[in-house]
Design a protein around this ligand. Structure first.
Ligand SMILES: Cc1cc2nc3c(=O)[nH]c(=O)nc-3n(C[C@H](O)[C@H](O)[C@H](O)COP(=O)(O)OP(=O)(O)OC[C@H]3O[C@@H](n4cnc5c(N)ncnc54)[C@H](O)[C@@H]3O)c2cc1C
Length: 424
């Protein structure tokens, strides 16, 4: 079994990066080569700006290359609860941003002809407890009435045509959702950005930033860039002069296994529509069928950080959960098992704006495949002074008290959510 992301292992690497010294003066310097940074560089270069992107590692090696490849509409918070706490208008704005984000990914794939095993799938949220069925139904009704008619609800007996598992009590389908090979997509978008003139410097970690004559000096061990404007797209970065962001995002391990290739008839019998599936528990699962007939099964198996030992233990937990859900998969082997760090904010909503004169977007809280791409695009407009391009403009973002980048409280959070799953 390989302890590496399937997307990274089977995806391309960047072929047109800048090998030489890091130097030059640019309209915009983007820090971070995940989907946020790549989409920002792509949009800006296409609009004619001079852009350089600095990536500490190779591009697409962190969350953007480690996720479930599920690109779907809907915020991380439950829509009905969010409408109750933030008001219906704001909840609708946030939901719309997610729908537009899925459309943006679709458009970029089509515009640039990016071959990335793309397919329209829909996302099916599954009630894992009888009492969750009522909550999901309320959310479905509100969404259908207020904002999205492209949805459906299945009672337990109607669900059988969607999924061959007796573990679920209802299902809520949102049709605006797609699946993709994120490794192929991210590198494909980066190559497109380079075709429009962007310069990509890999293995160039930013170590220092300072102001000089109204411009920013962005330093790396390979040299320094001078930037008129800077975009910080560093996700849950653990390195560089980014302490302000580290005090606001909690990195939480999430884990994934990909099975061996399966008989298409077996897959057809379990998940005939090959949707993106997510279960309703706090410590739940997400899963889908991959382009080459594997099942990708993920979840917050444990409240732990990702490392090879932790990933292997999590893989075993995930395998047991998968077989519990689909007994027909007993005996199937896992060929890939990996983990990554999800970028969680306190209220599980993305954050974007300016800090110290630099623009940022991050903290997508496990719903970032589509939102990172969208925010990359929106950042390009925000740089031009269009504050309303930022759907998250009303969100304040305070440091988490007592937290300086090492999430010592994760075991307590894990225990809390396990208790919630047991009680409700
Ligand atoms: C296991 C897992 C499963 C997930 N599943 C899903 C899913 O199915 N659907 C979904 O919507 N979302 C999912 N997500 C979330 C989603 O992947 C992320 O929200 C999104 O990819 C974040 O993108 P980003 O560009 O902001 O950050 P990243 O992808 O983390 O990119 C940030 C980049 O910045 C670089 N960097 C950091 N510091 C520096 C520095 N000092 N100098 C230069 N470069 C630096 C890093 O090396 C990195 O490449 C999942 C995440 C994980 C970890």
């Amino acid at each position: 079994m390989l302890n590496q992301s399937f997307w990274i292992h089977t995806g391309p690497t960047l072929t047109h990066g800048e090998p030489g010294k890091v130097e030059g003066r640019y309209d915009v310097v983007v820090i971070g080569g995940g989907l946020t940074g790549i989409a920002a560089a792509y949009t800006l270069a296409k609009e004619g700006a001079s852009v350089a992107l600095l990536e500490a590692d190779a591009i697409m090696q962190k969350a953007s290359g480690q996720n479930g490849g599920q690109c779907s509409t809907g915020v991380a918070q439950d829509f009905a609860s969010m409408a109750a706490s933030l008001g219906l208008d704001k909840a609708k704005r946030y939901y719309t941003a997610y729908s537009e984000a899925v459309d943006t990914v679709r458009r970029f794939i089509q515009q640039e002809n990016i071959e990335c095993d793309y397919r329209e799938s829909g996302k099916l949220k599954l009630a894992a407890k009888p009492q969750h069925a009522d909550k999901i139904h309320r959310t479905y009704e509100l969404i259908k009435k207020e904002i999205d008619t492209n949805v459906a609800f299945y009672e337990a007996n109607e669900l059988k045509s969607e999924i061959a598992s007796d573990k679920f009590y209802a299902g809520f389908l949102q049709r605006n959702a797609l699946q993709l090979h994120v490794g192929k997509f991210g590198v494909g978008l980066a190559e497109a950005a380079i075709r429009y003139g962007a310069k990509f410097f890999e293995h160039a970690p930013v170590t220092k930033m300072s102001q000089q004559n109204g411009e920013t000096l962005v330093e790396t061990p390979r040299g320094t860039l001078v930037a008129k404007q800077v975009i910080v797209a560093t996700g849950i970065s653990q390195q560089g002069p980014l302490g302000w962001y580290r005090r606001r995002i909690v990195p939480v391990g999430s884990f994934m296994l990909a099975t061996e290739k399966l008989d298409p008839k077996l897959i057809e019998s379990l998940m005939p529509y090959k949707r993106s599936y997510v279960t309703s528990k706090n410590i739940g699962n997400y899963f889908r069928v991959m382009g080459d007939d594997r099942i990708l099964f993920g979840g917050r198996a444990r409240f732990a950080m990702s490392n090879p030992e932790s990933d292997a233990i999590s893989g075993e937990i995930l395998m047991r959960s998968m077989i519990d859900m689909f007994p027909a998969l007993d005996g199937v082997k896992a060929e890939y098992c990996w983990g990554g760090l999800v970028d969680i904010t306190q209220n599980r909503l993305p954050k974007a704006g300016t800090h110290n004169g630099m623009f940022y977007a991050m903290g997508y809280s496990g719903h970032g495949v589509q939102m990172s791409v969208y925010m990359g695009q929106q950042l390009a407009q925000m740089l031009g002074g269009r504050e309303e391009a930022n759907p998250w403009r009303d969100e304040t973002w305070s440091a988490i008290p007592g937290y300086f980048g090492k999430p010592w409280f994760l075991p307590f959070v894990g225990a809390y959510y396990r208790l919630q799953d047991y009680l409700h």
